[in-house]
Design a protein around this ligand. Sequence first.
Ligand SMILES: Cc1cc2nc3c(=O)[nH]c(=O)nc-3n(C[C@H](O)[C@H](O)[C@H](O)COP(=O)(O)OP(=O)(O)OC[C@H]3O[C@@H](n4cnc5c(N)ncnc54)[C@H](O)[C@@H]3O)c2cc1C
Ligand SMILES: *[C@@H]1O[C@H](CO)[C@@H](O)[C@H](O)[C@H]1NC(C)=O
Ligand SMILES: *[C@@H]1O[C@H](CO)[C@@H](O)[C@H](O)[C@H]1NC(C)=O
Ligand SMILES: *[C@@H]1O[C@H](CO)[C@@H](O)[C@H](O)[C@H]1NC(C)=O
Ligand SMILES: *[C@@H]1O[C@H](CO)[C@@H](O)[C@H](O)[C@H]1NC(C)=O
Ligand SMILES: *[C@@H]1O[C@H](CO)[C@@H](O)[C@H](O)[C@H]1NC(C)=O
Ligand SMILES: *[C@@H]1O[C@H](CO)[C@@H](O)[C@H](O)[C@H]1NC(C)=O
Ligand SMILES: *[C@@H]1O[C@H](CO)[C@@H](O)[C@H](O)[C@H]1NC(C)=O
Ligand SMILES: *[C@@H]1O[C@H](CO)[C@@H](O)[C@H](O)[C@H]1NC(C)=O
Length: 589
Amino acid sequence: MVPSTYTSLFLSSVVLLSVADPSTLDDTIVDVTDDDKVFAEVSRSKRHVPSVLSEIMGPLSRSKRQVQSEFVRSDLVYSRMRVLHLMLKYLIGPNGPEVEIRHFVNWDKTILIDNLFYVHPTTIQQVQRIIRVAAMMQMRVRATGEGHSRSPLYPDEGNIMMDVRDLTRFDGPRIELMRPNSERQYYTVKAMTGVYLYDLNEFFVKNGVTLIAEPLNNNETIGGMVSVSTHGSTWNGTGFGDFMVEVRIIDSMGRLRRFVREQHSELFKSLNCGLGMFGIMYDITLRVVTSKVVKVENRIVSLESILYNATKFGEIVTSNLATEISWYPFNSLTNTEAEEYANSSKVPGNWSARRDYLWLRTTNEVDGVNPSLIQGPNFLPTGGSLSGSNVTGLLRGKSALDLVRNLSPVTYHYLPDAFPILKPPRFGTETSTALFVTVDTEYKRPLTALQFLIEFTERQIRSNGTTPINALLPRLLMNSDCHICPANSNIQPVNSTGRSMVIDFLAPPSQAGYYDISREFVYRFRGDLVRPHWAKRFDNMPGVMDIIRNVYGDGIQKFMKSREDYRLDPCDLFMNKYLLQIFGQSKIC
Ligand SMILES: Cc1cc2nc3c(=O)[nH]c(=O)nc-3n(C[C@H](O)[C@H](O)[C@H](O)COP(=O)(O)OP(=O)(O)OC[C@H]3O[C@@H](n4cnc5c(N)ncnc54)[C@H](O)[C@@H]3O)c2cc1C
Ligand SMILES: *[C@@H]1O[C@H](CO)[C@@H](O)[C@H](O)[C@H]1NC(C)=O
Ligand SMILES: *[C@@H]1O[C@H](CO)[C@@H](O)[C@H](O)[C@H]1NC(C)=O
Ligand SMILES: *[C@@H]1O[C@H](CO)[C@@H](O)[C@H](O)[C@H]1NC(C)=O
Ligand SMILES: *[C@@H]1O[C@H](CO)[C@@H](O)[C@H](O)[C@H]1NC(C)=O
Ligand SMILES: *[C@@H]1O[C@H](CO)[C@@H](O)[C@H](O)[C@H]1NC(C)=O
Ligand SMILES: *[C@@H]1O[C@H](CO)[C@@H](O)[C@H](O)[C@H]1NC(C)=O
Ligand SMILES: *[C@@H]1O[C@H](CO)[C@@H](O)[C@H](O)[C@H]1NC(C)=O
Ligand SMILES: *[C@@H]1O[C@H](CO)[C@@H](O)[C@H](O)[C@H]1NC(C)=O
């Protein structure tokens, strides 16, 4: 309950506007016990920006650099946050969730936010209260899962980070299997957005169902994966968001809304990759298929034979359920050559990238496997770092490949356990850039793109004895009708196969040449409509904003229009500066 003094305080200082929703949207509102009705009214009304927040977002923001040192700036921000903190605590009330002032660092340490308000609600009522208080104070709120994204999808400094991982469901269990019924003739699984992929997969295996595509990482949340259209490497598999058939979302007025793909198909084309801009997703229903037993095969093959032969490349990617290709540069040295290199630091005159090897990992359905052979989740042999091996310098590539040589050539799994999982690195930080191009029927575009990166890397190794990347991981996936997904069927250059290739490359952010290779790649392939993964490192590439706007064209307008049409966030409560720069402001506030 909100003590009436709080309410009257705010009611007296604001003008109440009655916001009439189009009546067709009323049936999306889910009835929840809401002891916050008065608050809900206040939060609809015109708001009042505390001047301290304007200072934090304006003259005191890091990008303005008006203050001498980062320490001084950060302290000045912190002192203003203390004032806001008192106001927030007062409005949230003594029975509301805790609010903390925190410093935030994302998983690969590429995003640092000196000061933000961190909330960790466990009930829907707590989420509602936070949203309504934020709306009143004109603060912005962004959801976070595991914080594995490497791009500025997080809240701006001075605003609210809502950790959704421990939200509980008010009307059912955290993960639930739904059998085919009259409404849907297929199995679905409903899960809270904060559920981790490893828990979801365990549930899948127990219940004999699966998705057909998953990422290289199982330590991330369903909400995070839907929001950025996380992908795998299945030729017939789309991004994660496309498996979603129903979702419940808490909107910027704190109402719980329910949307179903069949009924709200236009909205789903946006929610498939919603970037957290459509509200706090509460739970998600995924369409699943019955579980398959699959065979995983590991092979070491010549780079030239696959990445310089379009026929062969095409045969491989279209004949396997999933195909993973990894190149760790400079991996073909013999032991003697490696020893010479270690002694002299001289790249052998007869080394070339074409001479190197690829790790080819394929996954396919099989029948009649003895159940005793079926193994659990498949962890990659990273040996300590994300890109494989714990060796530093150029000999890393060879030692990464040695780890692969020690793998069983064949293993069997239930499908969700066959997707490769990267173990958390034990040392070092490597970030990742991932860029998409559409795959044409002659495989010209994907191979030209890969060869550009391979040859760039080769030149730097030869001329400077360093590599710009530690691993090159191209993966293919099916495009979908989704407004801003990078694997997008609306981006249709000639002869499209209906698939995209995403090229992921890994290196520590400070490694020589890493940013140069990304920048030059994007510049070289802008005519081929290259586009970045929303969650990976790309904000450092000059001109990338224009590239994004050009690639998605009116997809961006449609994306913003559905946000407006469904009245999910009319006043940009769920935005941040970076997203406003790309998508612009809502026109219906
Ligand atoms: C080691 C590693 C491997 C990876 N491998 C792959 C891969 O193979 N394929 C691939 O495509 N990606 C991959 N990624 C990227 C990863 O899939 C995305 O960054 C994903 O978003 C991470 O989920 P998260 O829970 O950490 O989300 P966060 O990074 O915390 O959040 C991501 C976005 O989701 C939004 N969000 C989260 N929950 C909600 C919610 N409940 N409501 C509304 N918005 C929400 C956030 O606001 C934010 O915009 C990898 C990342 C790492 C670190
Ligand atoms: C998931 O990653 C976090 C760091 O982001 C780590 O602390 C945790 O141990 C990991 N959990 C699992 C099960 O891998
Ligand atoms: C390319 O691959 C095809 C199909 O596997 C094969 O028949 C052909 O000989 C290869 N070409 C070269 C030059 O190796
Ligand atoms: C993809 O799906 C099509 C149509 O169902 C099927 O014919 C083809 O074999 C599938 N390809 C792969 C690689 O799974
Ligand atoms: C490398 O150097 C060591 C020590 O100087 C030497 O014993 C060894 O023979 C050298 N190896 C090669 C291949 O040159
Ligand atoms: C490269 O040349 C060296 C001699 O300089 C030779 O020992 C080695 O086998 C050659 N490697 C390849 C792959 O041809
Ligand atoms: C590096 O990896 C190798 C092989 O996996 C292992 O034997 C060795 O102990 C590791 N070294 C360090 C410093 O972690
Ligand atoms: C499209 O495919 C046809 C037939 O395979 C080919 O002749 C043509 O060159 C391709 N066009 C482009 C732009 O790749
Ligand atoms: C060459 O290598 C050195 C490290 O040995 C590095 O500092 C420098 O940036 C590299 N230059 C280029 C152009 O990659």
